[in-house]
Design a protein around this ligand. Structure first.
Ligand SMILES: Cc1cc2nc3c(=O)[nH]c(=O)nc-3n(C[C@H](O)[C@H](O)[C@H](O)COP(=O)(O)OP(=O)(O)OC[C@H]3O[C@@H](n4cnc5c(N)ncnc54)[C@H](O)[C@@H]3O)c2cc1C
Ligand code: SF4
Ligand code: SF4
Length: 371
């Protein structure tokens, strides 16, 4: 690997990988710096949601992207590494990289990618793609997560699917499952007055997958406002409307029922103007995205700003992916909730913005060369 790379991408999730691949394709040398031992970020952990056909969850796009990035001759990768400081200006940044202090296991297939000692590299631009943290449902104690084994999160169910353990969730005595939307999102009091974007689609895909495994299941989805943009997804929603119950209004409290193995979902029913209760065998909390608690340290190291909701702040420039520091771009869920597709689109947008000066510079160099 060369000591000088023209673009540094911090974070190897879908956003960082997409930015790296596209930048490399238009001629840049790219160095990806990833804190963990593996590329792929959170998307690497999502199970395939296919039933008899593909459910378009985009999870396999992450695997494909990791393979292409590792094979690309213009992309270098350093894992178990973090950026300690960023000095200088666009076209002349100096980036200090250090080995990550909390070392998890390195990827066995690519042990040579591990950073072993501190180094400084030059960069023309920096792309930050450090992602998000899934909401910890224990922070909503009234919903019973961690207290009642019948209450799980979408992350838990996804993990069971990934490990082929879904039958331990769908035990024969489980016949009635409820999904609860917006857990950790759309919460003004907690400073998270935003929609996490992906979780309505994730719950619907999971529901479809569970119904595929067990067509006799009764599934209810408690929601505030369904976010299902896109023509295809509206068809999907129409299909699911005939197969499960949708109830507007999310629960205030989940508790144990008198019947063993059942939980009671208590909520305010606006149509009746009073509290209503329903019993379910299992409840799946549809958790959202929250800003990484490390964004403050990241912002300090890179000279960036943090927005009031804790995500990294973009500049005021309309439609731009540039941060509040010129030459440093933000893509994916580090700058606000984003699903896999949106994260990739933002990476493409940043590539286009960075590509413009690159094209200009190349043209300029070519013109100088001709003199
Ligand atoms: C339960 C759940 C289910 C979901 N299911 C879906 C789904 O079905 N479909 C969908 O489209 N989306 C889904 N999402 C959302 C999806 O995970 C995100 O859209 C996506 O992961 C965002 O990609 P990213 O690259 O921005 O961030 P991440 O995936 O978080 O990747 C960030 C990367 O940066 C690295 N990193 C962090 N800090 C540093 C640092 N300081 N230095 C170097 N590296 C660093 C991390 O280790 C990680 O590899 C789901 C989310 C949750 C919580
Ligand atoms: S998009 Fe999702 S459901 Fe479709 S094949 Fe890929 S991982 Fe499976
Ligand atoms: S995507 Fe759906 S569940 Fe997620 S925060 Fe938005 S409205 Fe709530």
């Amino acid at each position: 690997m060369k000591n000088s790379s023209r673009i540094i991408v911090i974070g190897g999730g879908i956003a960082g990988l997409t930015a790296a691949e596209n930048l490399a394709e238009i001629g840049w040398e790219v160095l990806i710096i990833e804190r963990t031992g593996h590329l792929g970020g959170h998307g690497h952990h999502w199970a395939c949601m296919a039933t008899s056909n593909c459910n378009r969850c985009s999870a396999c796009a992450v695997f494909d992207r990791v393979g292409r990035v590792l094979a690309h001759d213009k992309i270098s990768v350093l894992t178990l590494a973090r950026v300690a400081s960023l000095k200088g200006e666009p076209w002349a940044f100096k980036v200090r990289i250090e080995p990550e202090e909390v070392r998890e296991e390195a990827c066995r297939s690519h042990p040579h990618l591990v950073l072993s000692q501190q180094r400084e590299v030059c960069a023309d631009f920096v792309v930050v793609a450090t992602g998000f943290t899934p909401y910890d449902a224990k922070e909503s104690p009234l919903l019973g997560y961690g207290r009642f084994p019948e209450v799980l999160t979408t992350l838990d169910v996804d993990e069971m699917l990934l490990r082929n353990h879904v039958q331990s969730f769908l035990k024969p005595d489980v016949s009635d499952i409820a999904f609860v939307q917006c857990v950790g999102s759309r919460d003004k009091q907690a400073g998270r007055d935003y929609c996490s974007q992906f979780c309505c689609k994730t719950s619907l895909r999971l529901a479809r997958k569970l119904l595929y495994e067990r067509p006799d299941l009764e599934i209810t989805l408690y929601y505030i406002d369904l976010q299902v943009t896109g023509k295809e997804f509206r068809h999907f929603l129409k299909e699911m409307s005939g197969r499960m119950k949708f109830i507007q209004g999310t629960p205030a409290e989940i508790s144990h029922g008198e019947t063993e193995g059942k939980v009671i979902v208590k909520r305010f029913d606006p149509s009746e103007g009073k509290a209503s209760i329903a019993e379910h065998d299992r409840v799946v909390l549809s958790i959202g995205q929250v800003a990484s608690p490390e964004n403050k340290d990241m912002a300090d190291a890179l000279g960036l700003d943090v927005a009031p909701d804790g995500f990294l702040a973009l500049s005021e420039a309309e439609g731009s992916r540039v941060s509040t520091r010129p030459g440093v771009f933000l893509v994916g869920a580090c700058s606000g909730p984003a699903d896999l597709n949106t994260s990739s689109m933002q990476a493409l947008a940043a590539t286009t913005e960075i590509g413009r000066p690159a094209v200009m510079a190349d043209t300029y160099r070519t013109a100088l060369g001709r003199r």
